[in-house]
Design a protein around this ligand. Structure first.
Ligand code: ADP
Ligand code: NA
Length: 327
């Protein structure tokens, strides 16, 4: 395509951690700097896909906006918008729902495992249809590039199917909607301090918003192993390798190179190096964060302006969709 248009987003469920930062945020900033048109969705409605309490969504939106801008998302170049501010997305979802069958919705392996994880409190309907909502989020701006983790691939497949079927059924084969490509993250999954995947809900995270000393304290408590010789071996030594990966992400060195320098000085030395590198790397992010935190009005003005831009686009797309459907 001649224009690369990226759509990504997050559910506002709390402040972001360094897994988000190294796993996706840095890459989004890089793509934005390379001139990729950037649409960034604050998926507030999607908070309730897998839980029956929504929590302080507004507070979480504020945290998310702060982390985005502190990490280097440029609100002049990126359109940051909220689901709830663009009702046309929900209207777009209606014809899209008619384009997928019930078995196709139920077969989605990510939805299946989320259903199981949510158990009895699952918001059944929304959990089943949120990938269709996502299709509307991507296609309303004719997004053709969606940076995702592996678990999101079935959803992108569903979006491609919806685009294809819409084009065939309602647009006479015209390529009205693009079939978006998933851009699979090459970044390593960052483990939390307990050795499981770093995750908001597990309390095992180093948050972007933490101070340098909070960060050092957390990393000091990170799970490692008893082998003094430090080696990079993600398969057999995931925790030690994770700290090496984080250190490497913060410097222009490789994990192997850092392991060799530490040699048999043990995990204590590795933890100090990791915390120092991380704190140095995040220092400007945290400085911007502190500045932004002092200006919540500015943050919500950024969101309001982005939502207005997104809405203009969504109104136009919905008009064109209705037109093609013969309305
Ligand atoms: P949600 O909580 O809204 O379901 P997540 O917070 O799990 O979403 O993740 C959003 C995205 O951030 C993921 O698709 C992935 O790209 C990235 N991410 C989250 N946690 C990690 C991690 N521990 N390591 C690397 N990337 C991560
Ligand atoms: Na590096």
């Amino acid at each position: 395509p001649s224009v690369f248009r990226m759509l990504t987003g997050d559910r506002p469920t709390g402040a972001l951690h360094i897994g988000h930062y190294f796993g996706t945020l840095k890459n989004r900033v890089r793509l934005q700097q390379q001139g990729v048109e950037t649409w960034l969705l604050v998926a507030d409605y999607q908070v309730i896909t897998d839980r029956d309490v929504s929590g302080d969504i507004k507070g979480s939106v504020r945290e998310l906006l702060t982390d985005y801008l502190a990490a280097g998302i440029d609100p002049e170049r990126a359109t940051i918008f909220a689901h709830s501010g663009v009702p046309e997305l929900n209207q777009l979802m209606l014809p899209f729902l008619s384009l997928v069958t019930q078995p196709e919705l139920e077969r989605n392996p990510t939805v299946k495992s989320e259903m199981q994880a949510a158990g009895k409190t699952a918001m059944g309907g929304l959990l089943l249809t949120y990938p269709v909502h996502q299709a509307a989020d991507i296609l309303f701006c004719h997004g053709n590039l969606v940076p995702v983790g592996k678990d999101q691939l079935p959803h992108i497949e569903q979006t491609r199917l919806i685009a294809r079927r819409f084009n065939d059924r309602f647009a006479g084969g015209e390529k009205y909607f693009p079939e978006p490509d998933a851009l699979l993250s090459k970044a390593a999954v960052i483990l939390g301090l307990d050795g499981d995947k770093m995750s908001k809900s597990r309390g095992n995270s180093v948050m972007l918003k933490m101070t340098a000393s909070e960060t050092a304290k957390k990393i000091k408590k990170a799970k490692t192993d008893s082998e003094r010789l430090i080696t990079f071996d993600p398969e057999n030594r995931p925790e030690v390798s994770n700290l090496l990966t984080i250190t490497a992400e913060c410097t222009d060195r490789t994990p192997e190179d850092i392991a060799e320098e530490i040699g048999d000085k043990g995990a204590g030395t590795l933890k100090v190096m990791c915390a120092d590198a991380l704190n140095a790397h995040l220092e400007p992010v945290r400085a911007r964060r502190a500045e932004l935190e002092a200006h919540p009005d500015y943050l919500f003005e950024v969101l309001r302006a982005g939502t207005e831009r997104a809405r203009e686009k969504a109104v136009q797309t919905l008009d064109e969709v209705r037109d093609r459907m013969g309305m």
